[in-house]
Write a protein that binds this ligand. Structure first.
Ligand code: PEP
Ligand code: MG
Length: 556
């Protein structure tokens, strides 16, 4: 359960630790989105305002170039290209025109930027992709003019703990390799995307901490991603330990103490993740979140582009298993190129496989691209669909995927209905993979993004584990594999419980693997079954966790 929130005045605030490690750094905030309006005050001298805009654009470009010098590879190229766009005289000229026509200064920048975005979108392809960068330049320029913090991920050139209300997948895309060494959010729970990404990147993180909103920017903090506490102005002696304090990567396949194999796979979202994970002893990929490849894309990625990306991932893993999940768009992971319209309750709306009802062509493109990638890489892959509720949906997906020549087809079990009827689903697919993040959200009726409901989203909730057991039982009966790829699999002790409940493979962020590997090797298969029985008899998440710890201590 989340620790109680204490007052900022007490110099310690607490939330929920979701990514281990301790860091000490000044706190900065994720810059708020910049909004301009035609009703903002108009500057008295349009010529002087035009000069201010040119100076602001130059400052924005200089800042981007400075960041490019501290970055490598593709990120550096993107920053350099974006800086060049800020210096394009046509952008300053267009702003000057809007100023001369009487627009307020910031809004003149927005109008000029939107004019250029419209042209890029009309051309389409690679140029349309630059729209997000151009809007970013506009937002930065407006912030610079107003003397506000730069919007987006802070990059001051030194390590910082970033505080935010919550992060979107698009915000987090620019975190890797930047200055952010710790994350602190007011909202979010253990399975929110902030938590998942922080663990994948090995960045210590505390989520569900409303009191963090009151911490003044610039305060030195000591953030502990294990205990979930954040100390303000820590004394000089308070040490920070490296985030990667997990045991050395355990080589060899995952197994229990008595040698039952349990494949330990990796969760990835990008080609870079794949390349990093492939360097570890992971047995492959249990969840490739393909929607993370295109978080900001306005136009649909082409089949050829997708095929090249998937082939790169397949090649990185050689012969090792790769389970690709088709786009899980919607709800907390909107994709600009897959418009789903406004929804009152998006987590219960059109998301995951359901998007294929309105846009079957997007799923077909992806399946065709996957088949092409498998052929190009000269190997097979596993494909699975997210957010499947019924055996009919599973059968339709399997038919479709097999129609494109994909042979190993599975579905995720993220909806209680699918868990309860797992036998029927397993009749029509080759494997299932349990997404405990969403399964927990739906069985407890608790929004996974909500920090306030973190206790209900605890993966030790016996109701969630009952559903996992139902799926495990169905898998055993059908003789088909049951994976777990939600965050529950990354908790080493819970991983042993999941095996006792019937999981045949576990998929986690690559960094979590060594600890899971080590813990699993401490328990025999019978121990795992006993653990499963104990947690299912417990009345509540806390009691379930305590029961498992007690059994582990008996074994020690
Ligand atoms: C899950 O729901 O557990 C899962 C693995 O999918 P995601 O976190 O991407 O929704
Ligand atoms: Mg999910």
């Amino acid at each position: 359960m989340a620790a109680p929130i204490t007052e900022v005045a007490a110099r310690v605030v607490a939330g929920r630790g979701v990514s281990p490690g301790v860091v000490r750094a000044p706190l900065v905030r994720l810059g708020p989105p910049v909004v301009t309006s035609p009703d903002d005050p108009v500057g008295v001298d349009p010529a002087a305002e035009a000069r201010r805009v040119r100076e602001a654009l130059t400052a924005v470009a200089a800042d981007l170039e400075r960041r490019a010098r501290h970055t490598e590879g593709v990120s550096a190229d993107v920053l350099t290209t974006t800086a060049a766009m800020a210096l394009d005289p046509a952008l300053a000229d267009a702003t000057e025109r809007h100023l001369a026509a009487g627009a307020p200064t910031g809004h003149a920048v927005t109008l000029a930027v939107e004019e250029f975005c419209g042209r890029l979108e009309a051309v389409g392809g690679y140029l349309a992709e630059r729209v997000a960068d151009l809007r970013d330049i506009g937002a930065r320029t407006v912030a610079q003019l107003a003397g506000l913090a730069m919007p987006g991920i802070p990059a001051p050139g030194y390590p910082v703990v970033m505080a935010a209300r919550d992060l979107s997948p698009a915000d987090t895309a620019s975190l890797p390799g930047g200055d952010v060494v710790g994350l602190l959010t007011e909202e979010g729970g253990p399975t929110s995307h902030t938590a998942i990404l922080a663990r994948a990147l090995g960045i210590p993180a505390v989520v569900g901490c409303p009191a963090s909103a009151q911490i003044p920017e610039g305060t030195l903090v000591l953030l502990d991603g294990t205990t979930g506490t954040v100390q303000l102005d820590p004394p000089a002696g308070a040490a920070a330990v490296p985030a990667t304090s997990a045991p050395e990567a355990a080589a060899g396949p995952g197994h229990t103490a008595d040698g039952t194999p349990v494949a330990l796979l990796s969760n990835i979202g990008t080609v870079a993740d794949a390349e990093l994970a492939a360097m570890t002893p992971t047995e492959g990929v249990g969840l490739f979140r393909t929607e993370f490849l295109f978080p900001k894309r306005a136009d649909r990625p082409t089949e050829a582009e997708q095929a090249a990306t998937y082939a790169a991932v397949l090649r990185a893993f050689g012969e090792r298993r790769v389970v690709v999940r088709t786009l899980d768009a919607g709800s907390d992971k909107p994709l600009p190129f897959l418009p789903l319209g406004p929804e009152e309750n998006p987590a219960l709306g059109v998301r995951g496989l359901r998007t294929a009802r309105a846009h079957p062509e997007v799923l077909d493109d992806q399946l065709r691209a996957l088949a092409a990638a498998a052929e190009a890489a000269g190997r097979e892959l596993d494909v699975m669909a997210p957010m499947v509720s019924t055996a009919e949906e599973a059968a339709r997906f399997a038919d479709r995927a097999r129609g494109f020549g994909l042979t190993r087809v599975g579905v995720m079990i993220e909806v209680p209905a699918a868990a309860l009827r797992a036998r029927e689903l397993l009749d029509v697919v080759d494997f299932v993979s349990i997404g405990t993040n969403d399964l927990g959200q739906y069985v407890m009726a608790a929004d996974r993004q909500s920090g306030a409901l973190g206790d209900l989203l605890d993966p030790w909730q016996p109701a969630l584990l009952d559903l996992v057991a139902a799926v495990g039982e169905a898998g055993r009966a059908a003789g088909k594999p049951v994976g777990v790829c939600g965050e529950a699999a990354a908790d080493p002790l819970l991983a042993a419980v999941l095996v006792g409940l019937g999981a045949t493979s576990l998929s986690t962020a690559a960094r979590a693997r060594p600890a899971v590997h080590a813990e699993l090797a401490r328990f025999t298969r019978l121990d795992c079954l006993r653990l499963a029985e104990r947690v299912r008899s417990a009345r509540g998440a806390g009691a379930a966790h305590a029961a498992a710890r007690a059994l582990r201590d008996e074994r020690a």
